[in-house]
Design a protein around this ligand. Structure first.
Ligand code: SAH
Length: 464
């Protein structure tokens, strides 16, 4: 992080703008909106500034900038087209530990002005740390379309009822849920439609109801598939639940980028299991989910891929069901789909493969026992999860059970992420190729003639 976002209270604070052109005027306008006392120093000023000056809204000194202009000032913005002058303003201000911004010169700034979406009192600020103001503006434009114009009035509604709600709902979890309900449901719609009286009454009765029914504080478990790694592959539902969880239990397969999207305040508990090494045993996870939910928490159980595909999701919700804990399951994109798409390998294809099977290459005791006869069927794609450790064994078993040694195989490492890498060979050659490369988990094997299509269909750029 190069800049820490903060929101400054500059009401009635003396601020200086050096420069008198259009950009200076824009900055002055912004400072005025935030209630600052603005002084402008410049030998000449444009029309807008002249009007403000005439109306007594700003103070204007018609001269070149001098060191003494900084006396008593809290914040300075330099907006001149004179590089030497900008540099001088920045140096002098920094010597005095003032907040200083030089337009379009991040190196001369100790603060920068983000692009803002103004829904006062709600403010959304977008900054690229000075790297690309255009990018910030584009993002801001997108946010503008997402946030209703009267969003600020929701905040006013919150402010109106805040004290009362705090008093009537002493439990913080309950309070948060109450507000989430108010801000996302029909009451918010009333506010957007300008029906404020109706909204006030509705908040009042919702509060009454909530205070009388502690049931709202009942916990729940969300068993959510996080997909194979790329955060763009999350479902809307997954994202929504991720943002309202109180606590998250996550796996080794959940990428940091995805974990970043979980509500910031949620407690994070790592329960990853490596093959062989079980950081937290499954039974413990099951019990922990039950315990947390019974404490009234909204518990997010976040799993790589799809929870019901080699994810032991079934075992986890079995315990929940037995214990009477409410839960919901959200499917995710399983590694087979994600890796196949991003590697340019269709899992089925009318010319090459009429069926696809997903198998696990790893069993509890480390051995591989598969229904070989059904797996080696022609015109079938075989996707092998957890197949890296037993790769040599798997390939030689497939050959000895009758699959041609020339059958193409792809190994997809860290599929759908920026670290994705695909190694392609045959049943005979892949073990050697893998041995000679530094391969990182997780990896998925795709066996079948469809692998040949990769040359034509690959689209996702790999880093290696
Ligand atoms: N529930 C998960 C699978 C869990 S089993 C799902 O539906 O995808 C763990 C195995 O999944 C790993 O050993 C690996 O074979 C595979 N896997 C998961 N994510 C992967 C990824 N991004 N790239 C390659 N393989 C992956």
């Amino acid at each position: 992080m190069d800049f820490l976002p903060v929101s400054l209270n500059i009401k009635a604070q003396p601020c200086l703008v050096v420069g008198g052109g259009e950009i200076a005027a824009r900055k002055v306008g912004m400072l005025l909106r935030a209630g600052a006392h603005v002084k402008v120093v410049s030998p000449a000023i444009n029309e807008a500034l002249a009007e403000w000056s005439a109306a007594g809204k700003i103070q204007h000194r018609r001269a070149e900038f001098q060191e003494s202009d900084l006396a008593g000032i809290m914040l300075v913005i330099a907006a001149t087209d004179n590089a030497a002058l900008n540099q001088q303003v920045s140096d002098s201000a920094r010597k005095r530990n003032l907040l200083v911004n030089v337009v379009d010169e991040p190196a001369l700034c100790n603060f920068i002005l983000p692009s803002i979406v103004d829904r006062s009192p709600v403010m959304v600020a977008v900054s690229t740390g000075g790297a690309s103001p255009v990018l910030a503006r584009l993002l801001r434009a997108r946010l503008e379309t997402l946030i209703p114009a009267s969003y600020g009035r929701l905040a006013d509604l919150g402010a109106r009822f805040r004290g009362q709600v705090k008093q009537r709902l002493p439990n913080t979890v309950q309070r948060r849920r109450f507000w989430e309900y108010i801000f996302q449901g029909p009451i918010a719609e009333m506010v957007y439609a300008g029906r404020d009286n109706e909204a006030n009454a509705a908040v009042q009765s919702a509060l009454q109801e909530t205070a009388n029914s502690p049931a709202l504080a009942r916990g729940e478990v969300y068993l959510v598939g996080a997909g194979p790694g790329d955060p763009d592959l999350l479902t809307f539902r997954a994202l929504r639940l991720m943002q309202q969880a109180d606590v998250v239990l996550y796996d080794r397969l959940v990428t940091p980028e995805i974990l970043d999207l979980v509500r910031r305040e949620a407690e994070r508990i790592y329960v990853g299991k490596k093959r062989e090494f079980h950081a937290v045993r499954q039974e413990e996870i099951n019990q922990r989910l039950v315990r947390l939910a019974k404490e009234g928490k909204r518990v997010l159980r976040l799993k790589g891929g799809d929870p019901f595909i080699f994810g032991r999701g079934g075992e986890e919700i079995e315990t929940l069901a037995e214990e009477g804990v409410q839960f919901q399951v959200v499917p995710g994109i399983t590694a087979a789909s994600g890796c196949a798409s991003y590697a340019g390998i269709p899992l089925t294809h009318r010319d090459y493969s009429q069926s696809v099977v997903f198998v696990t290459g790893h069993l509890k005791d480390g051995s591989v026992h598969l229904d070989w006869a059904s797996i080696i069927q022609p015109k079938q794609t075989v996707v092998i999860y957890m197949g890296l450790a037993g790769l040599n064994n798997l390939c030689s078993e497939l050959i000895s059970h009758g699959m041609p040694a020339t059958r193409p195989v792809a190994l997809v490492q860290q599929g759908t992420t920026r670290q994705q890498r695909v190694l392609v060979g045959t049943l005979a050659s892949l073990p050697g190729i893998v041995a000679a490369s530094e391969v990182h988990a997780p990896t998925l094997l795709i066996v079948g003639d469809v692998v040949k299509l990769r040359d034509k269909l690959a689209w996702f750029e790999e880093q290696h």
